[in-house]
Design a protein around this ligand. Sequence first.
Ligand SMILES: [Zn+2]
Length: 269
Amino acid sequence: MNADSLADPPVADVLAIAAHRDDVEQTCGGTLLRMASRGLRTAILDLTQGEAGTRGSAEDRAREAAEAALLLGVGWRQALDLPDGAVENTLENRLKIVRILRLVRPRVVILPYWQARHPDHAAVAQLGYDACFLSGLAKAPAVRPTAAPAVRPTAPSAHPMEEPAEYGLPHRPFKIVYASLYADVRPSFIVDITPFIEQRHAALMAYRSQYANQPAGGGLFVPEEEIRERTFAEARHYGLLAGVRYGEPFVQKEVGLVDDLTLLPVQSI
Ligand SMILES: [Zn+2]
């Protein structure tokens, strides 16, 4: 894990894209831990830096996010500069994500579910989907992002007619799944996070500026001791749906495909 992570990201198998720096820890941190335990490479792209939060500065959250990433076993994490609380699905923002997608080249992208209380979460679902589509277009992007950081050229001579080098070669993720923990929706599937629930909790608690007991925002925030009870209860609820102890829920838009009926998991009766 590169603490600053301002360098170009390495290639990863699974990329979680989220609005805010503790979203992944709350909705799919156990899944990232499970994927890492299977030897898969994982990465996180947070789209905002948390400047609108009631507690803590963006700098506090950057430090905490790096610590949480270490606990989640991800190889790379970075926050873009979209405005906290005002994430919009604009071409400029799509292009910022396309640049990352073409460097990370994930097979799977995790996005927040598209119906959410927080407008940023709903916006990221569509913004992330559109960026994944755009990233696969050989001729896109047609418009350069205005605020993208400088990057090293990648494969400048392999396809000289196709792409400006700084955008990398086209890449479209094979699979997009939506983390639906906070949505009132029946999940398509559950990931068993039972062995990783304590580690996921430790990663969430790395955000001390958000979750440690303190006066600021006391009426808004759940006391520290209740966070554990609440998050474990949610994980238990979703685990029970799939016959395991703790789980994280996801929605996929596609149907499932089965090879062997006798290997289908989750008991019916
Ligand atoms: Zn959030």
